[in-house]
Design a protein around this ligand. Structure first.
Ligand code: ARG
Length: 464
């Protein structure tokens, strides 16, 4: 196909160089945004008298037909085209001749591509937001089933204090809620139309940039044409959001992998989300969780790649910037894919409550409560801590747990111990007593679930 810019050249582009330069095999996915943007542009050109209203209408109708044909599969992409923008324009011109050639008035591919990516990312951010809400819904459902499931809470991966398993799950709900709000922030900053910045310096035509921005539901226009075509910090920002989503998914996956191991055996994943081994018949591997954990690396890489491409680039547009797309597309695809398997996997996860309780009983995780018991009876916390530690040391030597120490023995360490010490160190009581706001108590967990349900309800309403 002859290049749009062939007039200035004496020789055709080398085939390999042509392929190297081309981006249609990855930017064709923005066809809908490219066509929608062009329709808004054509409409503005007509309204401002830059092209005739008839030409504007014909361009819009034809673009609409091209969009339909692409969606229905009656029109395929020409992978010989340089990019999606050239392809759509060439198809338009093929259908309506010279009128089609008027579309690119007062526009450049530089502001066109800056517009398309924004529109595309805005759409994808909405999809990912919906997927995250679904995940939070599943976490909340699992939490509801596990309010009274007592398990060890850990620090340093050492059993630390007893908590409700729901409390552990709900911690992730908070992280994913923040991920959503981070994505919302990124979209709000991204949502300004660069169209009309043209190649770099704006245009001599009397365009109406705000009309285009309004038609495409932007919150306004970018204020500096150089910035409009050069800025990709909105890509970096969204990538950082996506990298954070993956970091959270990866931590959650890691825990699920640990919980599935024979060493923990806290949960069992559904057969439909685990795999067997080709050689060891006893194995049930958490491959899905492992892959989600592993795919975090690619999204971190996408973020790094984009930051590095942009580093040191002079203003305004440089072809390096074409490299933004594969990274951000990969990050979006990866996050969407991971969420689409992680959420149902979590939904089908069976919680082995007795095993959790057994583990909770084994690790002296009520030692803090023993110290708190003495403190509440008037002893300074540090002294109480020391006495509890000594008793734990004794138990380890004798191979027993705190509940098995007799009152007589307790009294040997402090006269403050009474028969009610056993109630104070009962695991369920230990959890129930952590009533500080946001703590692990059953009542706090119930409150968190109620608040989360309200949040999900509000979000559902704002979508409809
Ligand atoms: N495919 C190009 C990109 O993604 C479109 C912009 C081309 N602009 C140019 N001046 N060559 O960046």
């Amino acid at each position: 196909m002859e290049k749009m810019w062939a007039g200035r050249f004496e020789k055709a582009l080398d085939q390999l160089a042509d392929d190297f330069n081309s981006s249609i095999h990855f930017d064709s996915r923005m066809y809908r945004q490219d066509i929608t943007g062009s329709m808004a542009h054509a409409s503005m050109l007509g309204a401002c008298g830059i092209i005739s209203m008839e030409d504007s209408a014909l361009i819009i109708d034809t673009l609409d037909a091209i969009l339909r044909d692409l969606e229905e599969g009656t029109l395929g992409f020409d992978f010989g085209a340089e990019d999606i923008h050239m392809f759509v324009e060439a198809e338009l011109t093929k259908r309506i001749g010279d009128v089609g050639k008027r579309l690119h008035t007062a526009r450049s591919r530089n502001d066109q591509v800056a517009l398309d990516i924004r529109l595309y990312l805005r759409d994808e951010a909405k999809t990912i937001r919906g997927q995250l809400l679904e995940l939070i819904g599943v976490i909340n459902d699992q939490a509801k089933k596990n309010v009274y499931t007592v398990c060890p809470g850990y620090t340093h991966l050492q059993r630390a204090q007893p908590i409700s398993f729901a409390h552990h799950l709900l911690a992730y709900a908070q992280m994913f809620k923040r991920d959503i709000s981070r994505i919302d922030d990124a979209v709000a900053r991204m949502n300004f139309s660069p169209l009309g910045s043209c190649a770099l310096a704006g245009t001599t035509y009397a365009t109406d940039r705000r009309m285009v921005a309004k038609a495409l539901s932007f919150d306004g226009i970018t204020e500096n044409s150089l910035d409009g075509v050069s800025d990709r910090d909105f890509c970096v920002e969204l990538l950082a959001c996506l990298a954070t989503v993956m970091m959270h998914l990866s931590r959650f996956s890691e825990e699920i992998i640990l919980w599935c191991s024979w060493e923990f055996k806290f949960v069992e994943l559904d057969d439909s989300y685990t795999t067997g081994s080709s050689i060891m018949p006893q194995k049930k591997n958490p491959d899905i969780a492992e892959l989600v954990r592993g795919k975090c690396g690619r999204v971190y890489g996408d973020l790094m790649a984009t930051l590095t491409v942009l580093k040191g680039l002079p203003l305004a547009y440089n072809k390096d910037m074409q490299e933004d797309k594969e990274s951000i597309f990969d990050a979006i695809d990866t996050v969407k894919l991971c969420l689409s398997v992680f959420t149902p996997m979590l939904d089908g996860m069976k919680v082995l409550k007795e095993n959790m309780l057994r583990a909770a009983k084994g690790g002296f995780i009520n030692a803090t409560d023993l110290a708190d018991y003495l403190t509440k009876k008037g002893l300074p916390f540090r002294s109480a801590y020391k006495i509890s530690g000594t008793i734990v040391g004794l138990c380890i030597k004798e191979g027993k747990v705190l509940d098995e120490v007799s009152l007589e023995e307790y009294k040997r360490y402090s006269e403050l111990f009474e028969a009610d010490v056993y109630d104070a160190i009962d695991l369920t009581a230990c959890v129930a007593q952590r009533v500080s706001e946001g703590g692990a108590s059953f009542s706090s967990v119930e409150q968190q679930i109620t608040k989360l349900s309200e949040y999900l309800e509000r979000e559902k309403e704002s979508i409809h």
